[in-house]
Design a protein around this ligand. Structure first.
Ligand code: BES
Ligand code: ZN
Length: 486
């Protein structure tokens, strides 16, 4: 049973772990380590003291401290603790770090991610289990005001809960398509509904046909499993019934083969990630009871695979959407906008939300434009986008605006039908914007923001608090956004 303690150290500030004598002893040790060039309290530096079972964590200049640095530093320290089979990890929160308590808890929890379902067997599976830290405890200096400590303790717990849910989201996103089947999402939604009291509706093939959700059905035609539209309606305890609900829609492509515009080698391998948007909004649903909301929240996830086969939809098909507009399929790999078009138009019709936010691994072009540090945000409501961007800055889930010029909308007009799902000719340019321009046709006047997470949803180059694979990007920014509304 191994306990470990993380001790954060700022440059030029005396350590604050406890009594005067303890602080002085630690100060002397740090000086010794610095002289030996073994440890300096530079941002993100980690030093493991074997005999004391302590980790010294450098945080650099206290004036430059920010969320990204805190997440990375505590993520790195947590990974060191994991490598030493730690079961219980205590974390010293100094006065300077009090405002970052929730982020610290998120960092330790995110860095602790271990796939819940091991696809490995034998020793490798056991090793995975062993590297999991079971408990996190914040430690505060006794000199801090009681009230502040009480608040910080709550924030720490909240951070742990958010991190835990983010880790579940990672599990869902990482799950391969033969595990994360449409049926898996039925069960998941049922569980979330039970836990949160949210009302669950799942629309299956017959209902989708009746409603005319033909673009969702078209994308689904190559798959042996039927599509569904998962809808969770959460009504908070103290809901103000007069307020219009807020809607969140997530793209749920269980596997994106590209369809007949088949993805080539090098682009198809990780396409189980294409359900990250749906997983994110379902994670958000799980956390709603903790958020002190006044409005009803509507969570919607269109779920299907996109495959090839004798029934699969083909380029040149013309499909009538739920909204009534017709679409020429110019590229079957532009399937995300098709399923979102129906899901979004339906959500707006059915629930008349105050605003709608959709989140989707929509375009490779967004990845090219912004790299993996930012998700793109587009839409028709600047104020809403700015609020989200701010929440992103506070969670290190960074968002950056991209335009929807009317010329982009022009490019999405069909030759034969009202619209086409992919531009031809200049298709390689401004892909993220044109994807959003297509979706915009189904939004109408409802305030709307589209978050394109194609790049940050999944990583081969993890940050200090991430792992390879799914990142759950989007969950923490949406949670923070709702925290600030409440
Ligand atoms: N799922 C992809 C987008 C994607 C690419 C996500 C790479 C994550 C990593 C999406 O369905 C897609 O294929 N988009 C096309 C759109 C095009 C056909 C208009 C793209 O980006 O090329
Ligand atoms: Zn695609």
């Amino acid at each position: 049973y191994f306990r470990m303690l993380i001790i954060p150290i700022f440059e030029k500030l005396p350590p604050q772990i406890g009594t005067k004598a303890q602080n002085l002893a630690l100060k002397a040790l740090i000086r010794k380590l610095a002289n030996a060039k073994e440890f300096e309290p530079k941002e993100g530096r980690v030093f493991y003291l074997y005999e004391k079972k302590q980790i010294l964590l450098g945080l650099g200049d206290v004036k430059k401290i920010n969320v990204g640095a805190v997440l990375s530093a505590f993520g790195a320290a947590t990974k060191t603790a994991k490598n030493h089979s730690t079961q219980k990890l205590s974390v010293v929160i100094t006065e300077e770090l009090l405002p970052f308590t929730q982020s610290i808890a998120e960092a330790v929890s995110l860095a602790n991610y271990q796939p819940s379902a091991s696809y490995k067997t034998g020793k490798a599976a056991e090793k995975l289990k062993k590297e999991f830290i079971g408990e996190f405890v914040p430690v505060f200096n006794k000199s801090l005001p009681r009230e502040q400590v009480e608040t910080a303790k709550k924030n720490f717990q909240r951070g742990l809960e958010i991190g835990k849910t983010a880790n579940e989201v990672k599990d869902w996103v990482n799950a391969p398509p033969n595990f994360a089947t449409p049926l898996f999402f039925d069960e998941l939604a049922k569980k979330i509904s039970k836990e949160t009291g949210a009302k669950l509706t799942i629309l299956y093939k017959k209902e989708l046909q009746k409603l005319g959700m033909n673009t969702l059905l078209a994308v689904n035609r190559g798959s042996p499993d039927d599509a569904r539209l998962v809808i969770l309606e959460y009504t908070p305890k103290n809901a103000d019934k007069k307020l219009a609900p807020l809607a969140f829609v997530g793209k749920g492509i269980i596997f994106d083969s590209g369809g007949y515009n088949l993805k080539p080698r090098g682009h198809i391998e990780d396409m189980q990630l294409d359900k990250a948007g749906a997983c994110t909004v379902l994670g958000l649903a799980k956390l709603l009871p903790k958020l002190n909301l006044k409005q009803r929240i509507i969570i919607v996830a269109p779920i299907t695979e996109s495959l090839i086969g004798k029934n699969a939809f083909k380029p040149s098909e013309i499909i009538k959407t739920y909204a009534g507009k017709t679409v020429e399929i110019t590229n079957t790999d532009g399937e995300g906008r098709l399923i979102l078009a129906d899901a979004i138009a339906y959500t707006i019709d059915e629930f008349k939300p105050k605003f709608l936010i959709d989140i989707a691994t929509l375009t490779g072009a967004c990845m090219v434009a912004l790299g993996d540090r930012y998700a793109g945000i587009l839409g028709n409501d600047k104020e809403l986008a700015e609020k989200l961007q701010k929440a992103g800055d506070e969670t290190d889930e960074l968002l950056w605006p991209l335009p929807i010029h009317k010329d982009f909308s022009e490019k999405m007009k069909g030759v034969y039908a009202d619209l086409r799902n992919a531009d031809l000719g200049s298709e390689r340019f401004a892909g993220a914007s044109k994807g959003a321009a297509f979706i915009k046709e189904f939004v109408g006047k409802t305030p709307w923001v589209h978050i394109d997470i194609a790049a940050p949803a999944f990583t081969t180059d993890p940050k200090k608090y991430e792992q390879k694979g799914a990142t759950a990007f989007g969950l923490r920014v949406l949670v923070r956004f709702l925290e600030k509304l409440a």
